[in-house]
Design a protein around this ligand. Structure first.
Ligand SMILES: [Zn+2]
Length: 480
């Protein structure tokens, strides 16, 4: 069987080596290439060593001549060596029908008449040059982040840099834990007071609110680091648990919504902002709070302003003393009937479904991009013909086409990003739902043993919206 062989050039720059390796790994996966062998050329620079001194290339030539070689995969053509120096190498590969893949440039010898000129044109085209460079930088960065999350600069609080690697700083990580624990229980203000009481500083400086939040918001403390659209895992950097991180996010979130969109300090109005009226025209309208004086004193009601204005002949006014107990009974019964297992299963099914749909879209876009890249290759070939005097076409035609297609590719790549974000959001929504489910699994007990203020927080947390109809109450929780 003919073999597919990866050629890796080991330079003194480890970052560069990782970039090559990661790039190639992804390329062979994407193109379904089975790798049979990897040749690592150690300590050579393609620019300095002659072909006959390059053991890796000699081995490949030998394999090709023995008819054992199907393809060679390199990161880019520079890894083979300078164009003129590898000319004889490429000629042998062409004669033996060995495909030479470059991760950044595609197939280097797609047709067998690959001449020096064609290679030259590829190198002259500025676009190819710059793309290659940017891809190399990008892969390099990713390789670093995959290796140890340290990308230069001062280490995050809680960590230190040892041998260019980020590691946990025992003393500082205790402070991080202290901040999370106290923030979840007492909030930011009290946490700051406690830090001051204990004379705990942030590398010599006093802790402030923004500093505390920068700790609470950073994924690194739960052992993850955002890189572009991905959240990469660094278990060795984890200081606090996922659950604890989520709790802190929840607390920060409720702090943000309180007093702004729907949460006010009117702690007696349990369902503030959560109730909707399904009016006669079928539309859902948010119920407003109103106060009425009764013999029992001033009480609040939830009222549909719209129905009041048009004097609709349906119930448009809901006395809190009557409606709230009914709603709470309903929520209790819903929460009691929820089977965490069932819901988990339902979630998994939905996620699988959505993930599949998004993955399908991503696949379609990737195929389109491939197609467009091929179109660019054809335009490149036309340019080659023009250079060789085989074509009279105005060179602007293929070059403009390349520019246009490159613009289209860019757009498609933007779309890809959107889909990747969707995948991420899918994960976030689910983890929030699972968190709520876990938090309120003993809803009835928790609710009955809470103060009114706490009850309001629970309801605002758990309920998405409740639609009240003439004869029906539709409860939508944040866990479905
Ligand atoms: Zn109404």
């Amino acid at each position: 069987m003919k073999k597919n062989v990866v050629l890796l050039r080991v330079s003194t720059d480890m970052q560069d080596f990782d970039a090559q390796k990661n790039g190639i790994d992804r390329y062979v996966k994407e193109n379904n290439i089975v790798v049979h062998k990897t040749i690592e050329e150690k300590g050579v620079s393609g620019y300095k060593t002659k072909l006959e001194d390059r053991e890796g290339l000699q081995e490949l030539i030998q394999m090709a001549l023995n008819d054992e070689l199907n393809s060679i995969i390199v990161f880019n053509q520079d890894r083979l060596g300078r164009r003129l120096e590898i000319l004889s190498f490429m000629t042998i590969m062409n004669e033996q029908n060995v495909k030479v893949y470059s991760v950044t440039e595609g197939i280097l010898n797609e047709d067998n008449d690959t001449s020096e000129l064609i290679q030259a044109i590829k190198f002259w085209t500025a676009n190819y040059e710059s793309k290659k460079t940017s891809l190399r930088v990008k892969n390099g960065k990713r390789a670093t982040i995959e290796k140890n999350a340290y990308s230069g600069g001062v280490a995050n609080f809680g960590y230190k840099v040892v041998d260019r690697k980020l590691v946990i700083d025992e003393e500082e990580s205790e402070v991080v834990k202290f901040i999370y624990e106290n923030y979840i229980d007492y909030g930011c203000k009290r946490t700051l007071e406690l830090l001051e009481e204990k004379n705990i500083l942030k590398r010599g400086e006093k802790w402030t609110k923004p500093k505390v939040f920068s700790i609470l918001k950073n994924n690194i403390y739960r052992g993850k680091k955002q890189y572009q659209d991905e959240l990469l895992d660094f278990p060795e950097l984890q200081i606090i648990s996922d659950a604890m991180f989520q709790k802190a996010q929840e607390r920060a979130k409720s702090r943000n919504t309180r007093g702004t969109r729907r949460y006010t300090n009117r702690t007696d109005i349990l369902f503030e902002g959560l109730l909707f009226h399904k009016c006669e025209d079928g539309l859902e309208r948010k119920l407003n709070i109103d106060y009425v004086n009764t013999t029992a004193g001033r009480v609040h009601t939830y009222r549909c302003k719209h129905c009041k204005e048009i004097r609709a002949q349906i119930t448009k006014n809901f006395n809190s003393a009557k409606i709230e107990p009914i709603l709470i009974e309903n929520i209790k019964s819903v929460m009691n009937s929820i089977s965490i297992k069932e819901l988990e299963q339902k979630y998994n099914e939905e996620i699988t479904k959505s993930t599949r749909t998004i993955a399908k879209n991503i696949d379609i876009i990737n195929k389109l991009i491939d197609k467009k890249k091929k179109a660019i290759d054809s335009a490149m070939k036309e340019i080659e013909k023009i250079f060789m005097g085989e074509s009279n076409i105005d060179i602007n035609i293929p070059s403009n086409m390349i520019k246009k297609i490159e613009g289209e590719i860019k757009e498609l790549e933007e779309q890809l990003k959107v889909h990747q974000k969707e995948l991420q959001d899918l994960g976030n929504t689910t983890s929030n739902a699972m968190y709520l489910l876990d938090r309120y699994k003993n809803f009835e007990y928790l609710f009955d043993n809470s103060t009114n203020e706490e009850r309001k927080v629970i309801l605002q947390d758990l309920v998405n919206k409740i639609v009240i109809n003439k004869d029906e109450i539709n409860i939508q929780l944040n866990i479905y």
